[in-house]
Design a protein around this ligand. Structure first.
Ligand code: 6PG
Length: 244
């Protein structure tokens, strides 16, 4: 069952989402020695990442107990304008005292297939005795075509059922991608979609539509097998689900 959190105004949504992440970190660190967070890419999360350092300081949380992964990445250099790592570095990582060796960018060089294998090896070091990575919180975005991470409709990555990380093609930017696979995402303790703006209202409506089977959209396949699913929506993105 999905937990839906809606904040009408975008600024309130930024605070709601930043506090949600903070709460997840606090609850996790009350129970275990580390908090493993996978960041989403795209543009939506930027203001949330920017809000985190100050809130984190207020809660006196210790970034030295946090490990940062990515849900997906574009196969570009880390300082490329399209890099998800670069966005997070500018908005968050440069503002906090997290040990550099606890930040694990998805390095994607000229050989995406090899890069995917290498990132999976990093995850397997985190979760050595697991069949699937048990990430504490995975942040995801939502594309207007229903994609999430770099799991685009009708692409090979969608049918992967044994690997944790794969390479995939990206219909829009025609830049190769790396992405966590559906089963790897669904193995998480908690998954949170961060969706804002009226441009996403239609695709959110499709995913939440009660009529018949949910559409075969990648984002609709995110159903944590033993974890929580959260949707953090602003008023623009949520405007049509209230019709149900
Ligand atoms: C990426 C993302 C992707 C993104 C959605 C939404 O690398 O692009 O991981 O899944 O979250 O496309 O992007 P916006 O937030 O820019 O709308």
């Amino acid at each position: 069952m999905a937990n839906i959190h809606i904040a009408k105004e975008h600024s309130a949504w930024v605070q709601l989402t930043a506090h949600f992440i903070l709460e997840a970190a606090k609850n996790t660190l009350d129970e275990q020695d580390r908090f493993v967070l996978a960041l989403s890419g795209g543009s939506t999360p930027r203001p949330v990442y920017q809000a985190l350092p100050e809130l984190w300081k207020q809660q006196a949380l210790d970034w030295r107990r946090v490990h940062i992964l990515w849900s997906d990445e574009r196969c570009v250099p880390l300082n490329h304008p399209e890099s998800n790592y670069r966005m997070a570095q500018e908005a968050l990582l440069d503002e906090i005292d997290i040990p550099g060796d606890q930040i694990h960018p998805m390095l994607c060089n000229q050989d995406p297939a090899r890069s995917a294998v290498e990132y999976e090896a990093i995850l397997r070091e985190f979760f050595p005795s697991h069949d699937w990575p048990r990430i504490d919180l995975i942040l995801l975005g939502l594309g207007t075509d229903g994609h999430t991470a770099s799991l685009f409709p009708d692409t090979p990555a969608l049918s992967e059922r044994s690997r944790w990380v794969v390479e995939n093609e990206s219909p829009s930017l025609d830049i190769a991608r790396l992405t966590l696979t559906l089963p790897a995402i669904n193995a998480a303790k908690s998954v949170a979609f961060l969706v804002a703006g009226s441009g996403k209202a239609d695709v959110v409506d499709k995913i939440f539509s009660k009529s018949g089977q949910p559409p075969a959209l990648p984002a609709a396949a995110i159903k944590p097998t033993n974890g929580e699913l959260h949707w953090l929506l602003d008023g623009g993105a949520a405007q049509r689900i209230n019709d149900h």
